[in-house]
Design a protein around this ligand. Structure first.
Ligand SMILES: Cc1cc2nc3c(=O)[nH]c(=O)nc-3n(C[C@H](O)[C@H](O)[C@H](O)COP(=O)(O)OP(=O)(O)OC[C@H]3O[C@@H](n4cnc5c(N)ncnc54)[C@H](O)[C@@H]3O)c2cc1C
Length: 417
């Protein structure tokens, strides 16, 4: 019965979109999954470990990809974006643009093309800390497991990758395509982006060397990251012997993000553990306003708070300035001891919050967002539904639960139409 009904469109192929697509498809509904990037996985594919279990996120993604691959009810479109939506719940007409990846499904990821490619690009997956060739695999274990090409930086007339590819997987003349589909329900699982720390002028991001944000820290800690998991500071690759984490960097602040992102305290505590394990003698300081580690996260927080090398300082950081030898100096007030703090460290991590990836973008009329760009659950009266962090900042567990609920809501629209 389900197969004879309308389709569900899921926009965004992160953990939330994957969950919605799989839950709906596995009970018999047809799903079209649209992801703007060349590979699925979203932000979590770039994390070193998940709190609280400290397991690698790529394992969880791999399980989802194993469910996705054999499921013929899910049509996955990567490098794709929705251009327009018209119609009503039960019958939406949607135009989808797919950008050329220049590499087709015959690719076996043999890497011969990268060996001969002469052009390099900043590696956005590693937040610009290293480079890839113009032809590259988005990340190890990426799905679809095929290379993609940043065509705009290819030297004119270069066809070295085409010549090196014995599988005939590269077509440098591929063109953008446009398709029109009809769906009954639409799920926005478009996720989040890190708040731009350069907007928080007093915290020195982009001005003081070795002040980084928390998402970059995930790549530095990762064994597959730019430093192969060694915790080295970006400016001179010095081993980090002292580090400060600055909580609520831009969050709970009317001038930046007025809300709490719910995960930054846990993310910094987790990252303190990364440093402790990679550089056991490093001194670690966490500046916080109040630690928000609810429910089951309390045990994780207590274990880290009891670590002799980790010092928690309650107080808002006023300023970060440059110190000696590319160090950073954190100026803050320790409100529990009534002291002014001037702490010089090798590196500072700003715990920036999660901003809706829809904020500031022009959206089809069918989708309504709140003042912060999140798809607000209580104002969606039609067949357009939010899922995961497209709706509110949350951890992976809550995102998955919410996305399972979104699958049910989407099915209800399909069935009711
Ligand atoms: C520093 C940090 C560390 C964290 N660590 C943990 C942790 O250890 N454990 C934990 O539980 N949580 C952690 N989180 C929270 C976790 O990142 C989120 O819960 C998770 O990313 C939510 O997944 P999502 O699919 O909703 O969003 P995303 O991961 O952002 O995925 C959204 C997807 O949608 C795509 N997309 C966006 N716009 C469009 C569009 N217009 N068209 C098509 N596709 C689009 C994106 O490319 C992306 O693939 C952390 C967060 C931060 C900031």
């Amino acid at each position: 019965m389900a197969e004879q009904k309308g389709k569900i469109l899921v926009i965004g192929g992160g953990i939330s979109g994957l969950t919605t697509a799989l839950e709906a498809a596995e009970v018999g509904y047809e799903v079209i999954l649209v992801e703007k990037n060349p590979a699925l996985g979203g932000r979590v594919s770039r994390f070193y470990q998940y709190f609280p279990k400290l397991c690698p996120p790529l394992c969880g993604l791999e399980i989802n990809y194993k469910r996705l691959k054999p499921n013929s009810r899910i049509q996955t479109l990567t490098d794709s974006e929705v251009v327009s939506i018209s119609g009503n719940a039960g019958s939406y007409q949607v135009k989808i643009k797919t950008n050329p990846a220049y590499v087709n499904d015959k690719c076996v990821s043999c890497d011969k093309c990268t060996d001969v490619c002469p052009a390099e690009r900043d590696n956005d997956y590693n937040y610009g800390l290293d480079k890839t060739k113009a032809v590259y695999l988005p990340y190890k274990m990426a799905w679809p497991a095929k290379y993609t090409i940043e065509r705009s930086i290819c030297p004119e007339g270069c066809t070295k990758c085409v010549e090196a590819c014995v599988y005939d997987a590269i077509d440098l003349q591929a063109q953008e395509t446009l398709m029109e589909i009809e769906v009954a329900s639409i799920v926005y699982a478009t996720g989040w982006r890190p708040y731009d720390a350069a907007k928080i002028e007093n915290l020195g991001y982009g001005k003081v060397p070795n002040v980084i944000n928390n998402v970059t820290m995930e790549r530095i800690a990762s064994g597959q990251g730019p430093t192969k998991g060694q915790i080295l500071r970006p400016s001179d690759q010095k081993k980090v012997e002292s580090i400060a984490f600055v909580q609520c960097a831009g969050s709970r602040d009317e001038n930046h993000l007025p809300y709490c992102s719910a995960i930054c305290c846990m993310a910094s505590l987790k990252q303190a553990k990364y440093v402790r394990e990679a550089n056991p003698d490093a001194k670690i300081y966490i500046f916080y306003i109040d630690l928000r580690t609810p429910g089951k996260y309390e045990d994780f927080a207590s274990a880290i708070q009891n670590d002799e090398n980790i010092t928690l300082v309650k107080g808002k950081v006023a300023k970060i300035v440059e110190g000696k030898g590319q160090n950073a100096v954190v100026q803050a007030e320790d409100i529990l001891n009534g002291n002014k703090v001037n702490l010089e460290v090798d590196m500072v991590v700003l715990a920036t919050g999660m901003e809706s990836s829809l904020k500031g973008s022009s959206l089809p009329q069918a989708v309504q967002v709140d003042e912060n760009g999140f798809v607000a659950p209580n104002i969606q009266k039609n067949g357009v539904i939010g899922a995961g962090t497209a709706k509110f900042p949350s951890d992976v567990n809550s995102s998955i639960q919410d996305s399972t609920g979104a699958a049910l809501r989407a099915i209800q629209t399909v069935v009711g139409s």
